[in-house]
Design a protein around this ligand. Structure first.
Ligand code: AMP
Ligand code: GLY
Length: 425
């Protein structure tokens, strides 16, 4: 069977890596991918957001099954474009993708269906937003309504900071039209975790838990990024917390979608704050997380393509999960997230990849004169399996130490937050 994966990042390399292991695959394509994904699949030179061109390609090529990585093509209606042509694609429709595409939509939906989340107000009027921030005081969180590449949420420790964020988003329009509306919400205290499920209507199958590291610098300092590293499982999600996530978040959301007449088929990702009152939703995404997908897919055993197709077609599936821990460290370019450098030669890849229990997923990489060079903010995600978190971390960082490119930056503390939940031995 012919399979297409849409997207250019580390998550998409990991999806190609996992699906290409299936004996069902005769040929696997990636649009557009990166230097890592091209090693194990055929490159399609169409932008992920050019959804009509992708659907035409899939029709012409006889693609049997498509999996979408990033949000932009989903929000642009890739599922609708494929469905219209009778093509099978795992990912939600344009309508269902609003859960990620509009924060105001998601917040109003959560309120209506009693899904726990931070208290909030939405504003289209700048002066009213300013007034509200002054009344509420700090800390407070200001978010652009639309897609902003994971950078549209500003956690503000002072009123001045919040006012400056409002000005940037609503007046200076740094995120364009995504900022014509804002959500202002209560600051939640706790530890973050990612809970991702495969959804088909009312049915869902949980994937392993994981935790991202959103801030650029060690100790959760610096600006928010797309994510600087992740590990799985996330012990902050205890069995009791997981039961609450299923009941109060996943099941209420699926019931709400049904009542709204919105059909959701794809990955649903709840970005959570585990507070002293229980789990609360920071955001919904309608896809796998990046960098969470990499360690997470490494823990799924067996034929994931078959599981996805069975699930897509409404059959029962249960996933077999590897007991080992996985951890991935993102190597980024100097200047990320604001203005990353590009075009630097990457050295040491082969040596890192030859290590036992290590996989190097590519993100912003491309080829020049046969050499792998950097081509974006997040360049690689260096992942490893370990019997425990400590071993996974040690193996991943050992592999990191073999890789070099000019201006390479990375966090040294991926996974550290988990240790406090684990028995010391
Ligand atoms: P979002 O894009 O909505 O997930 O927000 C990005 C990041 O900002 C989250 O991963 C959190 O670290 C932080 N954040 C967002 N909303 C809140 C909140 N209400 N309270 C505390 N931190 C938040
Ligand atoms: N790692 C966060 C995200 O994918 O949105």
């Amino acid at each position: 069977m012919k399979v297409l994966v849409v997207g250019n990042g580390g998550r998409e390399h990991a999806i190609v890596w996992k699906l290409s292991q299936s004996p069902l695959v005769s040929k696997i394509f990636v649009a557009k991918g990166n230097a890592g994904a091209w090693k194990i699949s055929h490159k399609v030179d169409i932008d992920p957001t050019d959804v009509e061109a992708l659907a035409e390609f899939a029709l012409r090529e006889g693609i049997d099954f498509t999996v979408v990585g990033p949000e932009a093509p989903l929000v642009a209606g890739i599922e609708d474009a494929f469905r219209k042509r009778g093509l099978k694609l795992f990912g939600p429709s344009k309508e269902a993708s609003q859960l990620e595409g509009s924060k105001a939509f998601a917040k109003n939906f959560m309120k209506k269906y009693s899904v726990p989340t931070a208290e909030y107000r939405t504003f289209e009027d700048y002066d009213q937003a300013v007034k509200f921030v002054k009344e509420k005081g700090s800390p407070i969180v200001v978010k652009a309504d639309g897609l902003a590449g994971g950078k549209g949420a500003v956690v503000c420790q002072s009123v001045e900071e919040a006012l400056s964020a409002l000005k940037k988003i609503m007046k200076d329009k740094v995120f364009g039209e995504a900022g014509s509306k804002v959500v202002i919400e209560e600051f939640l205290e706790g530890e973050e975790a990612s809970y991702i499920v495969m959804v088909n209507g009312e049915k869902y199958v949980p994937l392993p838990t994981s935790q991202d590291h959103k801030r650029l610098l060690d100790g959760d300092r610096g600006p928010n990024t797309g994510g600087m590293g992740a590990y799985s499982p996330a012990p902050v999600i205890t069995p009791e917390v997981e039961e609450r996530i299923k009941e109060e978040i996943v099941e209420r959301t699926l019931k709400g979608l049904k009542e709204e007449g919105i059909y959701f088929r794809g990955f649903l990702y709840a970005g959570l704050m585990i507070t002293s009152e229980g789990p609360k939703v920071l955001e919904f995404n309608v896809r796998l997380g990046d960098p969470e997908a990499q360690p997470l897919l490494m823990r799924i055993k067996g034929d994931f393509l078959k599981a996805l197709i069975d699930f897509y077609e409404g059959r029962e599936v249960s996933l077999e999960i590897d007991e080992r821990w996985t951890l991935g460290v993102v190597l980024a370019s100097r200047g990320y997230p604001e203005k990353p450098e590009k075009g630097k030669v990457i050295e040491g890849l082969e040596e890192a990849e030859s290590l036992k229990d290590v996989i190097v997923f590519h993100a912003g990489t491309t080829l020049r004169d046969g050499k792998v060079i950097t081509n974006g903010g997040r360049v690689l995600s260096v992942c490893a399996w370990g019997r425990d978190l400590k071993e996974a971390k040690q193996k991943a960082y050992d592999a990191v130490s073999r890789i070099r490119f000019e201006g390479m930056i990375y966090r040294k503390d991926i996974g550290d937050k988990a240790f406090k939940h684990l028995p010391t031995s």
